[in-house]
Design a protein around this ligand. Sequence first.
Ligand SMILES: NC(=O)c1ccc[n+]([C@@H]2O[C@H](COP(=O)([O-])OP(=O)(O)OC[C@H]3O[C@@H](n4cnc5c(N)ncnc54)[C@H](OP(=O)(O)O)[C@@H]3O)[C@@H](O)[C@H]2O)c1
Length: 370
Amino acid sequence: MSSSLPSEHRALVLVSRESGFQVRTFPTPQPGPGSAVVRIAAAGILPYHRETYNGKRPMPFPTPLVGGFGAIGHIAAVGTDATVLKAGQLVYVDCVIRSRDDPACVFLSAIYEGSSDGSKKLMRDTWRDGTFAEYAKVPLENCIPLDEPSLCDIQGYSLQDLAYMAFLLVPYGGLRDIKLEPGETIIVCPATGFYGSLGVQVAIAMGARVIALGRNEEKLARLKEDIRSRTPGANIETVKTTGDEEKDVTALQAYGSVDAVLDITPSDAAMSTHTRSAIKALRLGGRVSLMGSTKNIAVPEILVNNLTLKGKMMYEREAILQFVKMLERGLFPQGEHFAETKVFQLDDWKEGFDEGAEHNGIGKCVVFAP
Ligand SMILES: NC(=O)c1ccc[n+]([C@@H]2O[C@H](COP(=O)([O-])OP(=O)(O)OC[C@H]3O[C@@H](n4cnc5c(N)ncnc54)[C@H](OP(=O)(O)O)[C@@H]3O)[C@@H](O)[C@H]2O)c1
């Protein structure tokens, strides 16, 4: 099954955090049972990839390793146990890898080795390398089939633009986990950051009304404009925090009954009162997805209002399949309105990582096209 693979390919290798990246030529990975080899067309660059790999934003992972994140590509070869995936199929390659004999062992390919002995073992010994390469060997279950004629020919997405879905999937994991329904009202806080703003976009695509909570009025206004320019008539309101917890609750409740909260607070804002205000604004029986690093939550309002709080790390495979259905059914902005994508070659890795740190948020995407 691997006869079409070239003998060698190029990959972007982080030799060590101190010495940085090099583009090197390696033997092309070969598929075995439980795996596929994908010809990578576009691999997403995160706003924090640069700092992750240079050690300024410390994340545990082994080196050397081929960098990476979620990617789009065509199956080049599959192991003998593949039953659906075939050479030539367009796929989304996901970065969340779970142990097959213990799903609690989870790590993020090429970014984070996880916290269990099992996840560290799996990343170090078996699935070390990511998608910043011409070819990547990945678990079969991490390849999600995409309907190329529908997405590319009818809806007008380029392969590079499709990599934007890798970013949207993160907040989708939390929104799906708390079963956000069309017509419901959800507070996203803080709404102006990377994952917060994407959370607003995904919640809108799911048919919800969003109250975007943040501390910067100009950024909130820009966010609303970004959303409305891509999704005319989107139900989005904004509330600027004042630092006065109760005042902010009142401002949020001015929009009526609130069903849910997506909290994606970065560690810099761990003690900000926005999470408490958002939770206090919920109706009886409301739900909260905790995806960030808040340390400012109080029990009384959770108890009195019978609230459900759920932590969420990324998402499961079923969530990706569901997300792809949303994309294929046209629930996201079409064609060029989906993403303005900047494309870099592996040799231009420094410029790619720098651009990733700048060009991100709603409708913005940076990729390597190896
Ligand atoms: N659960 C998961 O699977 C998962 C996956 C990925 C990331 N995460 C987590 O998600 C969180 C957010 O990541 P991100 O990349 O979106 O972060 P980010 O872009 O750096 O977040 C910036 C946001 O935080 C606000 N902010 C910063 N400092 C603040 C302060 N002192 N008070 C109030 N607001 C403040 C910013 O407001 P301004 O715009 O006004 O500056 C902006 O809205 C992180 O904790 C990350 O670890 C979780």
